[in-house]
Design a protein around this ligand. Structure first.
Ligand code: HEC
Length: 120
């Protein structure tokens, strides 16, 4: 009796989990719509004159921003407001220029992209 039960449980479950594990790629950021939309907005604005992903320029590296702030609604709203109004003092004396022409929705979309870059 015990031998039959053991035989039944082994074949099906083992092989099916093998095939699914190789197909999952949830860490591939470039297929994330928040990443794509945010990056497109950032690329069509002046952001990249002061920011790079991995290197501090005038502004902090986007990766450092992502590692500093948790990806929460609160932080997305707060950082979007900062992009629109500009400011300094969090990362140093250099100031971010205000972006009054940006909509809140667009600014939030940009922040969502930035916060996806977290690697710590
Ligand atoms: C003139 C240069 C400049 C431009 C252009 C610029 N930034 Fe910044 N950005 C900065 C600086 C400097 C800081 C650091 C401000 C501080 O220390 O409070 C900063 C900070 C930030 C932060 C983090 C804010 C915080 O309080 O931690 C985000 C997010 C950000 N920028 C996104 C953007 C986006 C998106 C754009 C394009 C719409 C943009 N920046 C354009 C210079 C710039």
């Amino acid at each position: 009796m015990a031998a039959i039960a053991a035989c039944n449980s082994s074949p099906g479950s083992g092989s099916s989990s093998d095939t699914t594990s190789s197909a999952s790629s949830s860490t591939d950021l470039s297929s994330n719509p928040d990443y794509q939309k945010g990056l497109a907005l950032i690329a069509s604005n002046d952001c990249l004159t002061c920011h790079k992903v991995d290197e501090k320029v005038t502004g902090p590296a986007y990766r450092d921003v992502a590692n500093k702030y948790a990806n929460t609604d609160d932080n997305v709203k707060k950082l979007a407001a900062k992009i629109i109004s500009g400011g300094s003092g969090v990362w140093g004396d250099a100031a971010m220029t205000p972006h009054p022409a940006l909509s809140e929705a667009d600014a939030e979309q940009m922040v969502k992209y930035v916060l996806l870059l977290r690697n710590k």
